[in-house]
Design a protein around this ligand. Structure first.
Ligand code: ADP
Length: 490
């Protein structure tokens, strides 16, 4: 039987992948390459843009061998990572500066102290933080020789990873990005859906280097005839967390998805009206289809699964992450131990970059089982911190939380999450929700899917968890967490 197939490019922080899906959302083929990160100085994180392209290209060729009949491409990518290149030959002028890079922290602090944050937040939904692309672009313009001159001559291009990949895939024919990637640059006004002149002025960035911004489903270009045996259209693009929101079919106002990988990212669909958070969440574009914007509130936690990696690799508590579940279940509770995995600072809703991790409440009888259990429980508490902020901002408590990412293989963690949130939690049958979201966008673009309902119909639950904890216990556990976080911040 003929199948409709779509190729999703999933270019992440630690790897580049190409995955072929059919229109039922089944994964047919996958190819992956690990990507190197470079740390040239304390707090700096870079990647080689050409490696990003070469790896991605190799993965695409790999999966096309068996599935040359893909109908279209979709792209999802690590967001905010910044690439500048020479339009004449596609050569990057500097390494890609990765979202995790903190080199512009002082510059951001300076702008904040001059009182610029409120206006920036008002227009972009973001906080004045090195995380986003704008100050990374400025750093390259200011520090790499000849780059300002290139810009003046009109030869310089900026793009996030999606945009650079499209440039390479179309052999320089298209300089385009999508609204979800644009909105993380801190240069894009998410109320007016335009690059913002005032912000470009504030950061000293020339408009000529910016890509055109398209809806998530659009004609992003056709692959160059030199690359593959056939030419393919690129019909869908979204940043990774937004693609996961689409893969999780969170299309109704109030729906929330949380992804638990290295870090944790929760997005709540807030509908078509822009809303500024009063609780230090970010506002972003969730998706833009047929010119209509759907906004999300976003909470980011820097360390989720990485806390389990830490116990495995640094503490030697177990040899694979899966063992953490039996260990956590081997004790009744943590005996008052709390693990705050703020290794790189506290993210939303605290935004304290100087905080560091802590394990509190140790006693003579604390074992690795208690500490492991505390690390898993921390995932639930961190999510509850975000959920309280979502609820305060919107007045809406979600009926259910849809989760994905490597950590949700841990049933203890997911049950405890449901218990602390007092909310049912669903794990979908396809765990690769990010890549799936990109494939779905391509399916919409090619007309195989007519509308978002076709995506919702494909979404299936594989496991469902209901809250089982009493309110008294829930309050007791969470109060302990809040008090531990307060002590850490003090
Ligand atoms: P990323 O996409 O950010 O690289 P993944 O979604 O692949 O991350 O998730 C990997 C993370 O999940 C790792 O940090 C790992 O420690 C954690 N992890 C994987 N399986 C389990 C498990 N069964 N229990 C607890 N943690 C797990």
């Amino acid at each position: 039987m003929m199948q409709n197939k779509f190729l999703a490019i999933d270019q992440g922080t630690t790897s580049s992948r190409a995955i072929v899906f059919n229109d039922k959302g089944d994964m047919l083929e996958t190819s992956q390459k690990e990507l190197r990160l470079y740390y040239p100085q304390n707090g700096w994180v870079e990647q080689n843009a050409d490696e990003i392209w070469q790896d991605t290209y190799a993965c695409i060729k790999d999966v096309l061998k068996k599935h040359p009949d893909c109908k279209a491409f979709g792209i999802t990518n690590q967001r905010e990572t910044t690439i500048l290149w020479d339009k004449r030959n596609g050569e990057p002028v500097y390494n890609a500066i990765v979202w995790q890079d903190r080199r512009t922290a002082e510059y951001c602090a300076g702008l904040k102290s001059k009182g610029h944050e409120e206006r920036v937040t008002d227009k972009t939904g973001l906080l004045l933080d090195p995380y986003f692309s704008a100050t990374k672009i400025k750093w390259i313009l200011d520090h790499v020789e000849g780059v300002k001159h290139l810009a003046e001559e009109g030869h310089l291009a900026f793009g996030t990873v999606d945009c650079y990949l499209i440039w390479k895939l179309t052999n320089g024919a298209r300089h385009v990005t999508d609204a979800t990637n644009a909105c993380r640059t801190m240069l894009y006004n998410i109320r007016t859906n335009q690059w913002d002149q005032e912000l470009l002025g504030l950061f000293g960035i020339p408009e000529t280097i910016l890509p055109e911004v398209l809806d998530n489903v659009a004609d992003f270009g056709t692959t160059s005839e030199t690359l593959f045996a056939k030419q393919y259209q690129i019909l869908g693009v979204a940043g990774d967390q937004q693609a996961a929101l689409i893969g999780q079919a969170c299309f109704e106002k109030g729906m929330v998805k949380s992804t638990y990988g290295t870090g944790c990212f929760s997005l709540m669909n807030i509908g078509h009206d822009y809303k500024k958070s009063d609780n230090k969440l970010l506002t972003s574009i969730g998706y833009r289809l047929n010119g209509q914007t759907t906004y999300v509130l976003e909470g980011s936690i820097f360390i989720a699964g990485a806390a389990i990696q830490f116990l495995r690799d640094n503490m030697g508590f177990f040899s694979n992450a899966g063992e953490s579940e039996a260990l956590a279940n081997s004790v009744e509770g943590t005996h008052g131990v709390y693990f705050i995995p703020a290794f790189t600072g506290l993210g939303a809703p605290y935004w304290n970059p100087d905080a560091r991790g802590a394990i509190m409440g140790l006693t003579r009888d604390t074992t690795r089982a208690h500490i492991t259990r505390a690390a898993l429980e921390a995932q639930a508490y961190q999510t509850q911190d975000l959920m309280s902020a979502f609820i305060k901002d919107t007045g809406v408590k979600p009926n259910v939380l849809r989760v994905d990412g490597g950590l949700v293989a841990n049933k203890f963690m997911v049950q405890f999450l449901s218990d602390i949130l007092d909310t049912p939690v669903d794990i979908p049958s396809c765990r690769e929700t990010t890549a799936l979201g990109a494939a779905y966008l391509a399916a919409l673009g090619s007309g195989v899917f007519k509308n978002l309902e076709d995506i919702s119909k494909n979404w299936n639950v594989s496991s469902h968890f209901n809250p089982e904890m009493t309110q008294k216990n829930r309050d007791h556990h969470y109060a302990g967490w809040r008090s531990a976080v307060d002590k850490l911040r003090a």
